[in-house]
Design a protein around this ligand. Structure first.
Ligand code: SOE
Length: 391
């Protein structure tokens, strides 16, 4: 069977145009390549075109990941008739503009997290995509790891009983040196105009997405933030400029189900590169997860007889575990990149059958997460509790 008859047999391809080819571009391109190998939806995602301003780098990326076409202006990419969905992997300040243009051209949109710079931008994106009736996704990837999905399934089945506590951390240490500049490739996350915020939008947004998915909506927050290095050289000007992002953020939160939460994130936790952990404590059970041991879910069940009771560690690599049965034989591990593959698979699955439960975050869902981030930043500014706005 040649390529074209293979795709005909499985239905029409979903031709994706990728804007941006950095770290996230690779994660998404890999997901696009892997989904049809391991999951069997009727439409096959294909990397139709890649877009970036540096034509040479873009061509190199296209050849590494088998993209058929290269564009150097995203305006042309979103107009291409051979593109069905636009995948946005650019810095946060361009998400809204690219998404609105893609939607105006009738394209589905897949967008890197956070949805935008703030809730106002997010609302415009939600209104546009929903009134156009186009399928859409925001790549909050961690919820698709087998152990995290299992945690969600256990909580959704009511097994914890009343939930009392949720706590999450996302710790890094890569900006401790005052010599690290702000702005430009790789370092735009330190430039508030481009990133929107610091750890709140970049890291806590992940924790908030997972928390909302597992434990429901967050209704109010009380936060503190700090910016430890107040000025950094900006790569665009070569001069020291004020730093506008939050380097660290800690907040308390109340969920709609009455449970209370503590969240913390920083890029100043020496020794930690990407320590994302969460724990949830209910009346009957507790669950805990750690990105450094991502295939395991820690599980405590109070119903076990007292003399056997204790924390157990579920290695979520068996056929019974979410997604795991689609990969290797039981016991063999999955990694970070699989979270993106599973997210795209969930999107493709629902394109096939819109009546199934939606397990991926769409623009409206990501707007809700953004509104929690906005409330966190507002609370840190005003030093008071803030209610989270409704999406
Ligand atoms: C920042 O260092 C970063 O790469 C985030 O932008 C990602 O979203 C997170 O998953 C890992 O850390």
């Amino acid at each position: 069977m040649n390529d074209s008859s293979a795709s005909t047999a499985r239905g029409r391809d979903l031709r994706i145009g990728l804007v941006g080819y950095g770290f996230m571009g690779r994660a998404h391109a890999n997901a696009i390549r892997q989904v049809p190998h391991f999951f069997r939806e009727s439409r096959r995602p294909v990397l139709q075109a890649v877009c970036g301003r540096d034509e040479g780098a873009c061509r190199a990326f296209a050849s590494a990941w088998d993209a058929a076409h290269v564009e150097t202006d995203w305006r042309r990419l979103v107009e291409r008739e051979d593109v069905d969905a636009v995948d946005i992997c650019t810095p946060n300040d361009s998400h809204m503009e690219i998404a609105l243009a893609a939607i105006a051209n009738g394209k589905m949109v897949l967008c890197e997290k956070p949805i935008a710079l703030d809730g106002d931008q997010g609302r415009r994106m939600v209104e546009a995509v929903e009134s156009a009736g186009l399928p859409n996704l925001v790549w909050f990837n961690y919820r698709f790891l087998p152990a995290v999905t299992l945690a969600r399934n256990i909580v959704a089945a009511g097994e914890l009983g009343k939930v009392f506590h949720y706590r999450a951390n996302f710790l890094q240490d890569w900006t401790i040196s005052a010599e690290v500049p702000q702005g430009g490739t790789g370092l735009w996350r330190l430039d508030a105009k481009v990133a929107g915020s610091g750890v709140t939008g970049d890291l806590l947004a992940h924790c908030i997405d997972t928390a909302r998915w597992i434990n429901g909506e967050i209704v109010s927050v009380s936060a503190m933030t700090d910016t430890f290095v107040k000025e950094r050289v900006h790569t665009a000007t070569g001069r020291k400029e004020p730093v506008g992002i939050d380097d660290a953020c800690a907040f308390l939160a109340r969920f709609a189900n009455g449970s209370m939460a503590v969240f913390e994130s920083t890029r100043y936790a020496r020794g930690h590169k990407a320590l994302y952990t969460f724990e949830i404590n209910g009346e009957h059970k507790s669950l805990a997860w750690d990105l450094h041991d991502l295939n395991r879910l820690a599980y405590f069940d109070h119903a076990v007889p007292g003399d056997r009771r204790g924390w157990s560690s579920i290695h979520c690599t068996d056929g019974d575990h979410p997604y795991a049965g689609k990969w290797w034989v039981p016991g063999l591990c999955l990694g970070y990149e699989h979270s993106f593959v599973h997210g795209l698979h969930e999107f493709m699955r629902r394109l096939d059958d819109p009546s199934i439960e939606q397990r991926y975050p769409d623009f409206r869902d990501a707007l809700r997460t953004q509104l929690v981030c906005d409330a966190v930043l507002e609370s840190a500014r005003s030093q008071r509790w803030v209610e989270v706005a409704k999406a």
